[in-house]
Design a protein around this ligand. Structure first.
Ligand SMILES: C[S@@+](CC[C@H](N)C(=O)[O-])C[C@H]1O[C@@H](n2cnc3c(N)ncnc32)[C@H](O)[C@@H]1O
Length: 218
């Protein structure tokens, strides 16, 4: 493990217990939770499938997927995040599997998934295009890739340091929808992008930066 990876793990472990305090993380307000449930319903396969939630954090997306009947495996690099996700599931009486592992090579062996979901992870990966190739390879034929992403204008200006050295990560600060679509297009048979910046219910209030979901089928 590189020093940078160890620092990234330490960062997310340190914030895991307060991560859900943000409205779009904890989904504690009914209309925020309902907005994400609606969005996932519109993006995911209609019938229940095995879903891999990569960089699952505290498992809020995973929980909505499990509530919708999907069979969820969550993977996250930070053990404390995985602990939070497990606690969320057992507290809600939900079934799911959570693993500590790297998004660059999710530790799920030969299993293939009907859908791979990732929200707000690509910006912190050392080689996001390699990760996308790996994720697509984990899909079964006809499977679906769902990426909730954005380009955050305030990146690097919030005054809150992330991890030293991560300024040089390829997609630090996020990625625009058109750039992500260009990176994904060659890996899939078709894709669509739905803008999400004008949906304040998702974020706990209005946002001014670019946010979207990219849905691709293989
Ligand atoms: C911004 S949070 C998003 C969490 C969750 N997807 C959500 O939307 O609530 C980023 C998450 O990615 C995880 N992460 C960072 N680098 C990772 C990597 N290389 N592999 C797997 N998870 C990683 C962090 O531990 C953190 O939980």
């Amino acid at each position: 493990m590189t020093d940078q990876t160890a620092s990234i793990i330490a960062y997310w472990d340190a914030v895991a217990s307060v991560f859900d305090d943000e409205p779009d993380h904890g989904l504690r307000v009914d209309h925020t939770r309902a907005a994400w449930a609606r969005l996932l319903r519109s993006c995911m396969p209609t019938d229940p499938v095995d879903v891999l939630d990569i960089g699952c954090g505290t498992g809020s997306m995973s929980a909505l997927l499990a509530e919708a009947g999907h069979r969820v495996t969550g993977v996250d690099l930070a053990p404390r995040m995985v602990e939070q996700a497990c606690a969320k599931f057992s507290g809600a009486g939900l079934e799911g599997r959570f693993l500590v592992g790297d998004a660059m090579m999710p530790p799920t062996g030969e299993q293939r998934f009907g859908a791979v979901l990732s929200r707000h992870l690509l910006w912190t990966l050392p080689d996001p295009e390699a990760a996308l190739r790996e994720w697509v390879s984990r899909l079964s034929p006809g499977g679906r890739l769902v990426l909730v992403e954005g380009r955050w204008r305030e990146a690097g200006q919030s005054g809150v340091p992330y991890v030293t050295g991560t300024e040089s990560l390829p997609w630090n600060g996020g990625i625009t929808a058109s750039e992500l679509a260009a990176a994904v297009r060659t890996l899939v048979s078709g894709l669509r992008v739905e803008p999400l910046s004008d949906s304040p219910d998702l974020w706990g209030g209005p946002v001014t930066d670019e946010r979207y979901v990219l849905v691709a089928d293989v």
